[in-house]
Design a protein around this ligand. Structure first.
Ligand SMILES: Nc1nc2c(ncn2[C@@H]2O[C@H](COP(=O)(O)OP(=O)(O)OP(=O)(O)O)[C@@H](O)[C@H]2O)c(=O)[nH]1
Ligand SMILES: [Mg+2]
Ligand SMILES: [Zn+2]
Length: 351
């Protein structure tokens, strides 16, 4: 297999050359488990570990290789290969790690399209769609919303859901789908291109793995058994995995319980274009749109030009983001101090 078959392109080649990684072999992370990796290369798939240097210079989990990453490695033999560096990421899907404030968890790197999957039966939530849109904030990633399991509701109900989504989320493709009846599958296939990378996002049980199986026409991914009761609360897919197929490169994910916000204001801008364009007309440039005089956002809200739940969701996410950004910078400072301390101790103890 050629590197291009699993997603390599000129942009990544340029990044590799620019970062002086030409002397290494190139591979792509297809599985990650703690600090063990499987890397796909032109010579085959290899188990890999990272260098101590990579580990100690990491500021946080986001500096470790993630599924989808292109890495510079040395292959010693069939059993040992060592990852030296991550080739800079063209795009990344990340979120705030659960429980540990400030840690960024990379879900997948170098992704071209994100399929945001929701099941219409009990999983459906516009707020959650907006949150997923936010974590795919890079302009390099094109999101596509999928409403799955449409075989479970009547057409008229579905039409109502679609209208609700499209009213609030504009300019993002929406595909209604059933893995059971295969309705909508053709429409979705129109987005697939060989050599492009697709990341499947959504809660557990919405049908991400079933969809991948359907797209490749093969039961490669394990899916939940029919008797869901036994499995309640259990994730069927237990780890992230990148799958190279003729149709495209698919990254399957375990279902996500909660998604936090990472990264800059860019992401929020994507799903909240409306609020951001209104904000330009606010009297004060630092307006927080809560109780300020001359606030164009509040004005639109009061005259029903702006959706109340969009506004509330926006405030909630802004609050999380503020907290998150603070903790990241605090953490960085602390890590730097700690790193310096360790360095000094090592220096002192040299003999
Ligand atoms: N009725 C119906 N059931 C579906 C559809 N798609 C998937 N399912 C069922 O939903 C259950 C969960 O599907 P999975 O593909 O395992 O879900 P997942 O999103 O991969 O779940 P995790 O791996 O836990 O994140 C399985 O029993 C599927 O058969 C659909 O379109 N309609
Ligand atoms: Mg799954
Ligand atoms: Zn305002």
């Amino acid at each position: 297999m050629k590197l291009e078959d699993f997603g390599y392109n000129k942009e990544i080649e340029k990044l590799r050359v620019d970062t002086n990684l030409k002397d290494f072999e190139v591979g792509r992370i297809i599985v990650q488990h703690k600090e063990k990796y499987i890397v796909k290369t032109e010579r085959g798939d290899f188990d890999a570990e990272i260098t101590g240097n990579l580990r100690y210079s990491a500021n946080g989990p986001e500096d470790f290789p993630a599924v989808g990453d292109w890495v510079a490695l040395v292959i010693y033999d069939a059993y040992i290969s060592i990852i030296h560096k991550i080739i800079p990421r063209v795009s990344v899907i990340s979120r705030q790690a659960i429980g540990k404030h400030g840690d960024i968890q990379v879900i997948a790197a170098n992704v071209d399209f994100a399929f945001i999957v929701q099941a219409i039966d009990r999983d459906f939530s516009i707020n959650r769609i907006e949150r997923y849109l936010t974590i795919c904030n890079s302009s390099e990633i094109k999101p596509i919303i999928i409403l799955n399991k449409i075989d479970l509701i009547a057409d008229i109900e579905l039409q109502q859901l679609v209208t609700t989504v499209q009213k609030r989320i504009k300019h993002i493709p929406l595909v209604c789908l059933s893995n059971t009846s295969k309705k909508g599958l053709k429409k979705l296939e129109a987005y697939l291109f060989k050599g492009k990378t697709y990341c499947f996002l959504g809660s557990s049980g919405v049908g991400k793995s079933s969809l991948i199986n359907n797209l490749i026409g093969n039961n490669v991914m394990a899916t939940r058994e029919i008797n869901e009761r036994i499995h309640r609360g259990k994730h069927t897919t237990t780890h992230r995995e990148l799958l190279v197929t003729e149709k495209g490169i698919f990254i399957d994910n375990p279902g996500m319980r909660e998604i936090g916000i990472t990264s800059s204001t860019d992401g929020i801008t994507d799903s909240y274009n409306e609020i951001f364009s209104l904000a330009k007309q606010c009297k004060f440039s630092n307006c927080k749109h809560i109780d300020e005089i001359g606030c164009a956002v509040l004005k639109a809200l009061n005259s029903d030009k702006l959706n109340l739940s969009s506004y509330q969701n926006y405030l909630k996410m802004e609050k999380e983001k503020e907290h998150f950004e603070l903790t990241v910078s605090e953490k960085r400072k602390k890590d730097k101090k700690f790193g310096k301390m360790i360095k000094n101790i090592k220096k002192r103890n040299k003999y």
